[in-house]
Design a protein around this ligand. Structure first.
Ligand code: SF4
Ligand code: SF4
Length: 333
C-alpha cells in the first residue's frame, strides 16, 4: 500500500488520434540512442493490433486468484515498428531528388494501420486508445524483477525502474500484460513511463495530459474525495480500467467510446439498442462494468441535450483546462 496513488482518466469520446501526447512524451523523455522504438505513451486504433503489434496476445499479468504471475512473452523488436527514414539529403542538400519520400519500402510503424475501420460501410467503426503505464496497484513488472530494480513510490504510487539496479533481465518486459516496459538496446536496461514525476513534484501535469488539445485526460489522486478522478471512477463509475482481468489493478481509467448510432437499412439512425461498437468488443476491453458505464453516459448526455443540468457532462466537457488536474499547487504551465 502507498500513502497516495496517482491516477489518470482518459475520455475516449474526445480523443481525435492527433498523437500530440505521444509527441510530447517522446520529445521529453525518449530521444536518446536505444530509445528510438519507445513510445511510453502511444495512441492506437481499435479494434486493431496496437503497439507493440498484438500486445494483448503476449500474456503476463496475474492468475485468476491473483496469487502468481502468468507467463508472458517478449514482444519482438520489429513489433514496435521501425524508423521510416526520408530522403532529406537528396532533396535539401544534393539536389538529386525533388520530392520527399521514404528511402526504403514502407515498413511497419507504431500505428501503421491508423484509422483502419472494422465492419461494413456505413456502419464501420474505429476509435482511438491512448496507452501508457498504468502505475498499477499490483504491478506485475515489479513482482517479476529478480533484482528488485522496480519499485512503487510510497508517496504517490508511481512505478519506476531504478536504472542503476536494472541488469536487463527483461523479466518485467514479459510480465507486464500491457507491454509498457521497454528495453533500451543500447544501454541494456528496461525503461518505462515515469508519470512525469519531476513535473508532478512541481505541481505541473504530465506532458501527455497537459499537451492534449482535446482536454481528455484527468490527473489526480485516487484518494482525493470529490476530485475529478474520484467523481469519474468511484461516484459516477463511468471510468474503467483497461483489461481488468489482467489483475494488475491499473490506475489509468477510460471513459468508453459511444460513437454515433448505426444506420438501419433505410439510412435512418437505428437507436441506442444496437450500438455501432459491439458491446462484446467493449466488454473484452473494459469488463462487464462497461454496460452500466454506457447507460449512465447516455442518460446524462440526454439530460444535457434537453437543457437540464448534468454534473457528469460538465465535468467531461472541461471548459476550463485546470479542472482536469487535481495536483497540489497546479501551475499555469
Ligand atoms: S502497466 Fe505494466 S509496467 Fe506499468 S505498473 Fe502495470 S505492470 Fe508495471
Ligand atoms: S506521464 Fe509523462 S512519462 Fe508517462 S506517458 Fe505521459 S508524458 Fe510520458
Amino acid at each position: 500500500m502507498t500513502d497516495k496513488q496517482v491516477a489518470m482518466v482518459i475520455d475516449l469520446n474526445k480523443c481525435i488520434g492527433c498523437q500530440a501526447c505521444t509527441a510530447a512524451c517522446k520529445s521529453l523523455w525518449t530521444d536518446e540512442p536505444g530509445q528510438e522504438h519507445m513510445l511510453w505513451n502511444n495512441v492506437e486504433t481499435k479494434p486493431g493490433p496496437g503497439y507493440p503489434r498484438y500486445w494483448e496476445d503476449n500474456g503476463g499479468g496475474w492468475n485468476e486468484e491473483r496469487t502468481a504471475l502468468k507467463p508472458g512473452k517478449l514482444a519482438p523488436r520489429e513489433d514496435f515498428g521501425g524508423e521510416q527514414p526520408l530522403n532529406f539529403e537528396e532533396v535539401y542538400f544534393e539536389g538529386t531528388a525533388d520530392r520527399l519520400q521514404q528511402k526504403e519500402p514502407m515498413g511497419k510503424g507504431a500505428n501503421w494501420d491508423e484509422d483502419t475501420s472494422t465492419g461494413d460501410y456505413p456502419n464501420n467503426y474505429h476509435f482511438y486508445l491512448p496507452r501508457l503505464c498504468n502505475h498499477c496497484t499490483k504491478p506485475a513488472c515489479l513482482e517479476a524483477c529478480p533484482v528488485r530494480a522496480i519499485y512503487k513510490r510510497e508517496e504517490d504510487g508511481i512505478v519506476l525502474v531504478d536504472q542503476d539496479k536494472c541488469q536487463g533481465f527483461r523479466e518485467c518486459n514479459k510480465a507486464c500484460p500491457y507491454d509498457k516496459v521497454y528495453f533500451n538496446y543500447v544501454q541494456g536496461k528496461s525503461q518505462k513511463c515515469i508519470f512525469c514525476f519531476p513535473r508532478m513534484e512541481e505541481g505541473v501535469a504530465p506532458a501527455c495530459a497537459r499537451q492534449c488539445p482535446g482536454r481528455l485526460r484527468f490527473v489526480g489522486f485516487l484518494e482525493d474525495a470529490d476530485g475529478p478522478i474520484d467523481k469519474l471512477v468511484n461516484q459516477w463509475k463511468v471510468a474503467l480500467p483497461l483489461h481488468p482481468e489482467f489483475g494488475t489493478e491499473p490506475n489509468v481509467f477510460y471513459v468508453p467510446p459511444m460513437l454515433p448510432p448505426k444506420f438501419d437499412e433505410d439510412g435512418n439512425f437505428a437507436g441506442d439498442d444496437d450500438p455501432r461498437v459491439p458491446m462484446e468488443y467493449l466488454e473484452s476491453l473494459f469488463g462487464p462494468a462497461v454496460h452500466q458505464s454506457l447507460i449512465t453516459m447516455h442518460e446524462e448526455m440526454e439530460k444535457k441535450q434537453e437543457g437540464k443540468a448534468s454534473e457528469l457532462m460538465d465535468l467531461l466537457i472541461a471548459k476550463e483546462w485546470k479542472s482536469l488536474f487535481n495536483i497540489p499547487d497546479v501551475r499555469v504551465a
